[in-house]
Design a protein around this ligand. Structure first.
Ligand code: XMP
Length: 511
């Protein structure tokens, strides 16, 4: 079944993926596609509506992206946001002007004339602006629907043609009625039904996977991460024991993590899950190595070797699962087919597995949708809400050489930190939080004795995409409990510090 779908044309603005996510959250499927799609391509895509995103350009710059006027004669509703709204005005004969200063942040917007786009939006509210150019004259046949102090046409539209422009960013939470405007566009203007739900996705995907896989064999590398866990569970639901999962335990996971993977997937769901206990092998390879990049390379290469050995035992398979998700697809080829994820610990797998075809059951989903699918499939929160964890694991959280003793110390300290953050109810608000073993030793005193032990650093950050991050303002009382517990319960740690650096200048991980 083909879902009704909206086309989001990407003009390069920073919130573009957010627009697509908001549309999908309103239960309407959409794709983010490059803005140079031709009218013919758009027609054959057959959307119920088109959204032009914002972008950094000025419509008067000949080098900036434009749209053919014919796009407005397809009879498909159009909503332009920020640069997108200026593009509508410019293309259809209105006027766009360069303002003397940029406008950025919260502004009051006043709605006047009623329209299908603004049903339920009060006369005055707050919106989020980020622009320099602005529309000063709307095209013939269009009406101004809202203004702000500096925008004479903050929202405008033509109800007969179903074309609307919004200068501010309705997709950003600071725009109080932004979501309602998007909802009105989808449901009142485009007449969407709202058939995109994770329940439907799961049901349809299982049907499709059954049809595609038939009675053939599938192999999946399970890392414990959200994407591979959800992908494997979906395929398992579709074809059961035709799926074999290989879980390489490199001995660099957090406390109880490997056990949990086995409990949830093998014992709980009854998956064919093979665990390769390779901890010793990794430790041997890493002995004496302290350079961060060398450690990463060794782990990446070793991972592939271990996986290859397991795959050989399983023999030829028909399909190899990749946990590719929609942002990978968008970023890797502007909507064209995804290259294999460059993530080091799966990137090399296709070359060592005897398979016919890659299967990517999550390639249409955003991360939050992947989590919702996981929940729909009955996976526990500990799996679907798992914080991002680097492929090389604790190896990049132990500075310098890795030893068994250091791993044990770090695991225990990290476990206490995570436990206290969760008990304080802060786990949902923090992007990542973990302990680092600095491999720096300092003098301490315990009882009447001098100690000379490790400094443990606590790292906790807030972020939206890990590209930038801020250090989390964890309450002192929580930090105090963590510090006391680590000092008392963890051998070989006598000093605990809190990392108060953002990204940039630091990175989230220490190595
Ligand atoms: P940094 O430390 O560069 O990390 O600020 C950004 C995000 O990426 C994660 N990370 C990794 N993930 N393999 C991964 O799968 C890796 O080698 C790796 N290194 C860092 C990190 O945890 C953070 O979420």
């Amino acid at each position: 079944m083909q879902h009704e779908r909206v086309l989001v044309l990407d003009f390069g603005g920073q919130y573009n993926q957010l627009i697509a996510r908001r549309v999908r959250d309103l239960n309407v499927y959409c794709d983010l596609k490059p803005c140079d799609m031709t009218v013919e391509e758009i027609r054959s895509y057959d959307p119920i509506g088109i959204i032009f995103t914002g972008g950094p350009n000025s419509v008067y710059d000949p080098a900036s992206p434009h749209v053919p006027e014919a796009i407005f004669s397809l009879g498909i509703p159009v909503l332009g946001i920020c640069y997108g709204c200026q593009l509508i005005a410019y293309t259809l004969g209105g006027k766009v002007e360069h303002a003397p200063t940029s406008e950025y942040g919260k502004r009051e917007v006043r709605f006047g004339k009623a329209s299908p786009l603004s049903v339920g939006v009060p006369e005055r509210s707050i919106c989020w602006m980020s622009h320099t150019d602005r529309v000063t004259e709307v095209p013939a046949g269009f009406e101004v629907l809202a203004t702000t102090e500096s925008c004479p046409a903050a929202v405008f539209g033509c109800a007969e043609k179903n074309i609307y422009g919004i200068q501010f960013h309705p997709e950003v939470v600071h725009s109080e009625y932004g979501n309602l405007l998007l909802k009105n566009f989808l449901f009142s203007v485009c007449k969407a039904k709202g058939d995109w739900t994770m329940k439907n996705f799961v049901a349809e995907q299982i049907g499709r996977l059954r049809e595609k896989i038939g009675d053939k064999k599938v192999l999946c590398a399970m890392s414990g991460g959200v994407d591979s866990a959800v992908a494997a569970t979906l395929i398992h639901r579709a074809v059961g024991s035709q799926l074999t999962c290989v879980f390489v335990d490199h001995g660099l996971l957090r406390k109880y993590e490997a056990e949990e993977v086995m409990q949830v997937f093998r014992d709980g769901l009854g998956m064919n899950l093979v665990k390769a206990d390779a901890g010793e092998r990794f430790l041997e390879k890493l002995a004496g190595v302290s350079d961060p990049e060398t450690k990463r390379k060794i782990i990446g290469a070793e991972f592939i070797k271990v996986f290859e050995a397991e795959a050989k035992q399983i023999g030829a398979v028909d399909f190899l699962v990749q946990g590719t998700i929609y942002p990978d697809v968008i970023e890797s080829g502007k909507g064209k087919s995804a290259v294999i994820k460059s993530h080091h610990n799966v990137g090399g797998l296709p070359s060592v597995v005897d398979f016919q075809e890659i299967i990517e059951p999550l390639r249409d989903l955003f991360k939050d949708e992947v989590r919702r699918v996981g929940t729909e499939l009955g996976l526990p929160d500990s799996v679907v809400r798992r914080q991002p964890f680097p492929g090389p694991g604790l190896a990049v959280r132990i500075m310098g050489e890795i030893t068994r003793e250091k791993l044990e110390t770090l695991r225990d300290a990290d476990f206490i930190f995570r436990d206290e953050v969760a008990k304080a109810g802060l786990d949902g608000q923090i992007w990542q939080y973990f302990a680092v073993l600095t491999s720096c030793k300092t003098v301490g005193v315990m009882g009447d004795f001098r100690t000379y032990e490790n400094v443990i650093a606590l790292r906790a950050v807030t972020s939206v995409d890990a590209m930038t991050a801020d250090w989390a303002r964890i309450p002192y009382e929580v930090l105090e409990r963590v510090s006391n517990r680590i000092a008392n319960e963890v051998p070989h740690a006598n000093r605990i510090v809190y990392d108060i650096t953002g990204k940039p200048p630091a990175t989230i991980e220490w190595e």
